[in-house]
Ligand binder design. Structure first.
Ligand code: UT7
Length: 326
């Protein structure tokens, strides 16, 4: 049976660091509030010249450095993002051009913070079906450009960055074991950007009403997040006849340290087995899991044969979990 194996990872964080203390000077907030409520200390902000595909390009380049596979070997490029270069064409096409890849299909996935795991699920299906052998998947976000820097309920949470994974077909007994994706469109209003689409196209009015910024009902998402993540992650483990103790590492979407801790507790996974880097990057939406995965690999926290569980939750609402045998 063909399986999709991640053969290389890479990530990129823009140079500019914005600390909680910097934010204290911008809105009515405090370092203490942000750390206690979210676990974030600082986040990265893209330079004016950097678009989502530029961050994606750096992350992809880092991944290609760690494998013999060349960009020309890639048959499919998937980019997960909600802050793409432009509404059309896809950021994946911009990335394809930057990487000089001629013969490949390219498209974007919009599943907010679950985007990278949706992408893994799609890549897994394409590889299992035999349609493609080598796929580049990137999660990239420039959330700083769609953040209302006067809204303290959102601006302290988000950050910019990108993470990439190169997947290859293998007939070894390793790679993606199972991928589960879910959504509930009835809850779309909890995290959305009202302007710029066909409901509220760009206009003087939409600009005045700040419709081109992300709006979030954080505390409502919080409650749904912990419950649904626990359900889906537990189901993933049960379906694969695995006990939580057999997992080597849980890599959760980095939205809030308290969500991460509550989910780990409900799943009976000790925090030593949970990867956390939210303090450095904040919530980077679709980029959060691939950045964390890349750092976990680089820190030697993921080894051959390990079971690693990835889980995410975000706008849509969407949620997902992916089990990998490394
Ligand atoms: O990426 C996936 C989707 N997003 C998420 O998963 C986000 C999930 N939610 C969260 O992470 C948390 O709900 C937040 C970190 C956003 C907020 O934490 P909370 O404990 O749920 O706080 P809250 O929204 O209930 O607000 C508590 C208080 C409020 O004041 P009152 O009404 O109690 O007087 C807020 O106005 O904190 C106030 N507040 C702030 N105070 C200082 C809200 N933002 C700030 C701030 N600084 N930045």
């Amino acid at each position: 049976m063909l399986r999709a194996k991640i053969i290389a990872t890479g990530s990129y964080a823009p140079e500019r660091v914005l600390t909680n203390f910097d934010l204290e000077k911008m809105v009515d907030t405090s370092d203490e509030w942000i750390r206690e409520r979210s676990g974030i200390r600082e986040r990265r902000i893209a330079s004016e010249k950097e678009a989502a595909s530029d961050l994606a390009y750096e992350a992809a380049k880092a991944a290609f450095k760690r494998t013999d596979i060349k960009p020309k070997d890639i048959e499919l490029i998937i980019v997960a993002t909600v802050t793409g270069d432009m509404p059309t064409p896809a950021t994946a096409c911009h990335l394809q051009h930057k990487l000089g890849i001629k013969k490949a299909a390219a498209f974007d996935v919009n599943a907010a913070c679950s985007g990278f795991l949706y992408g893994l699920s799609i890549a897994d299906s394409f590889i299992k079906s035999g349609a493609y052998k080598r796929i580049l998947l990137v999660g990239t976000e420039v959330l700083s450009r769609f953040t209302d820097w006067e809204d303290r309920t959102t601006c302290v949470l988000f950050g910019d960055g990108a993470g990439a994974a190169i997947l290859e077909a293998t007939d070894e007994n390793r790679g993606i074991v199972s991928a589960h994706i879910r959504s509930d469109g009835a809850l779309w209003e909890l995290l959305h950007m009202p302007g710029g689409g066909s409901i509220n196209p760009p206009s003087k009015e939409s600009l005045k009403k700040k419709m081109h910024y992300l709006k979030m009902k954080g505390n409502e998402i919080f409650k749904v997040a912990v419950r649904t993540l626990e359900n889906l992650a537990s189901r993933t483990l049960v379906e694969n006849k695995l006990k939580p103790s057999q997992l080597s590492l849980l890599i959760p979407h980095q939205a809030n340290l308290r969500i991460i801790q509550a989910t780990a507790e409900r799943l009976n996974i000790p925090m030593e087995k949970v990867f956390v880097n939210i303090d450095k990057y904040g919530n980077t939406s679709a980029a959060s899991i691939p950045i964390a995965l890349d750092e976990a690999v680089r820190q030697g926290r993921v080894r051959d044969g390990d079971y690693v569980l990835l889980e995410a939750f975000g706008g849509g609402l969407t949620w997902a979990s992916v089990l990998i045998k490394w």
